[in-house]
Design a protein around this ligand. Structure first.
Ligand code: GDG
Length: 497
């Protein structure tokens, strides 16, 4: 049976594990919040399909199960697993996507590595994804492609299946033209994206940048703009914009540009936060802390997440505030999702060195200033830590959105707690009542953490109430409704003025 909704996402939507000699499919344990959300869309269609890759030593092995059928709490869907060899994975994912695209998307030109990129392999893998999606899609189906490692899929898919609706969502930032155009394949990428019906971003700034890039490279015209939703305007912050493109015209086709911040599953976090085991865990953590304040930092180990800069600020805090010794603890959860890559090993080792230095310099037998956690904490435990942390310290140098800060606000059912947030996380345009900081400035970083530590309860509660309202309003349901409306809404697009 063909599918009404095909989700094209590079990872499989479960973990495949062997139990008693049998293969079973389990919910993902690795730290990535988006997979369950995407699977949630399958509940809305008769039949869904997911296309991902799976490592295969021998792609021609007849025992390789390419398509599997799943029926679980999310609905009925098939999963096509494209067999990729270790060399293809290394070239398509680790090299082209992570060493060339990722640094440019996050504006780290100096980390961009062009030399090892094998562009024909990137094309070949993207073509395989497009072919698999084309084979699964029912006539007029919606195909939803995710993230930069599948940039060429829309263009190939449009050739194979002119009838389908194609939507593409970027989870990362989209940089300005001066940065994006460093990529030598820029024109091919943008042409592919313009084969979509809808191109989605988290926040207006990324959409503005995309349209500017497209206009710098191709005859893209007749841009329709609209005012930004006032909830996403915050005067003076780095990523805020007042006008946003809504659609563009390219080769006679009008393409929608959508801006919708990915949110979190509010109800799920409320339930988890209210559950007896979480409350017990939170209370145990609180009594273990005694009169120490807990600062919590959570993120993947990645140079974009600013872990090193944050630890440097913590070191300065302990140098300049001896009265905080024994009174504050930092729990730094930094989980490596991209193993065997030099850039990530390097950052992990820098973080370990910094944490060791801080503990060695300031710590004692009774008090360890930093607890560095490098393996994934179960999500329910994370909620208990969110509930106990006096401060959640999220200071990426660049981040498409950042869901951790939203999870923190959602978990604070008690209405207390302070969020310190980088102005270079997409979430900063929504969460203006956080203590906003600039991670490129020592002074700004240091002042923000001092302000958070000293904040009176009344102010903490006022700010938290505003954040919780926003996080609830723009939760994952709002994002899902917004994205779904593009698949079902055939209404004529507005003309350019
Ligand atoms: C990309 C973009 C964008 C983290 N450590 C643990 C753990 N996590 C979970 C968090 C959260 C998720 O991982 C991280 O989400 P982020 O949004 O912060 O970051 P990325 O992984 O970089 O995601 C990002 C996102 O896509 C969505 O569009 O916001 O900007 O880079 O859910 O809770 N979860 C558990 N243990 C951990 O130790 N269980």
């Amino acid at each position: 049976m063909a599918s009404d909704l095909v989700i094209v996402y590079h990872r499989q939507p479960y973990e495949e594990v062997e139990e008693n000699g049998k293969i079973v499919f389990k919910e993902n344990k690795s730290p990535n919040g988006i997979v369950p959300t995407l699977k949630g869309f399958f509940g809305r269609v008769d039949k869904g399909a997911w296309v991902a890759w799976k490592l295969a030593e021998d792609a021609a092995n007849p025992d390789f199960q390419r398509v599997i059928e799943i029926e679980d709490s999310y609905g009925k869907y098939s999963v096509t697993r494209l067999p990729l060899t270790p060399d293809q994975v290394s070239s398509f994912y680790h090299i082209t996507s992570k060493e060339a695209f990722w640094p440019i998307l996050h504006s780290f030109k100096e980390r961009y590595n062009y030399d090892p990129v094998d562009w024909p392999t990137f094309r070949e893998v993207n073509w395989a994804f497009a072919e698999a999606a084309a084979a699964e899609a029912a006539p007029g189906a919606a195909v939803w492609v995710h993230d930069y490692n599948l940039w060429l899929v829309p263009g190939y898919l449009r050739t194979l299946r002119p009838d389908v609706k194609i939507s593409f969502f970027h989870h990362t930032p989209f940089p300005a033209a001066d940065m994006f155009n460093v990529l030598p394949w820029r024109r091919e990428i943008v042409e592919s994206l313009l084969a979509c019906d809808v191109i989605g971003f988290h926040i207006p700034r990324y959409a503005v940048n995309f349209v500017h890039v497209a206009q710098s490279l191709l005859e893209v015209g007749s841009v329709v703009r609209k005012d930004v939703n006032p909830d996403f305007i915050w005067e003076g912050t780095a990523l805020s914009d007042r006008r946003v493109p809504e659609s563009v015209l390219y080769q006679g086709r009008r393409i929608r540009i959508s801006c919708a911040p990915v949110g979190i599953d509010w109800d799920f976090i409320q339930d988890l936060a209210a559950s007896e085991p979480t409350r017990e865990d939170a209370s145990a953590i609180r009594s273990e802390l005694g009169d120490c304040k807990l600062i919590l930092s959570v993120g993947r180990t990645d140079y974009t997440k600013g872990g090193v800069q944050q630890l440097e600020s913590y070191e300065r805090l302990l140098q300049t505030h001896p009265e905080l010794h024994g009174k504050v603890r930092l729990m730094h959860v930094s989980v490596g999702a991209n193993r065997n890559m030099a850039a990530y090993e390097e950052i992990q080792s820098e973080i370990e060195q910094m944490a060791g230095r801080i503990n060695g310099t300031f710590g004692s037998f009774e008090w360890q200033p930093v607890a560095l956690i490098s393996s994934a904490v179960p999500f329910k435990d994370l909620i208990a830590y969110y509930q106990t942390a006096d401060i959640c310290w999220i200071t990426p140098l660049a981040d498409g959105m950042n869901l951790v800060c939203k999870e923190y606000a959602a978990a604070r059912t008690d209405g207390d707690g302070v969020l310190v947030l980088s102005e270079f996380a997409g979430a900063a345009v929504e969460l203006s009542s956080a203590v906003i900081t600039n991670p490129f400035s020592h002074r700004s970083m240091d002042m923000a953490i001092e302000q958070a530590l000293a904040m009176p309860e009344e102010e903490r509660r006022q700010r938290m109430a505003m954040m919780r309202e926003t996080v609830k309003r723009y939760g994952i349901k709002a994002w899902a409704e917004d994205q779904m409306s593009y698949f079902t809404d055939d209404e004529t697009l507005p003309a350019a003025q």
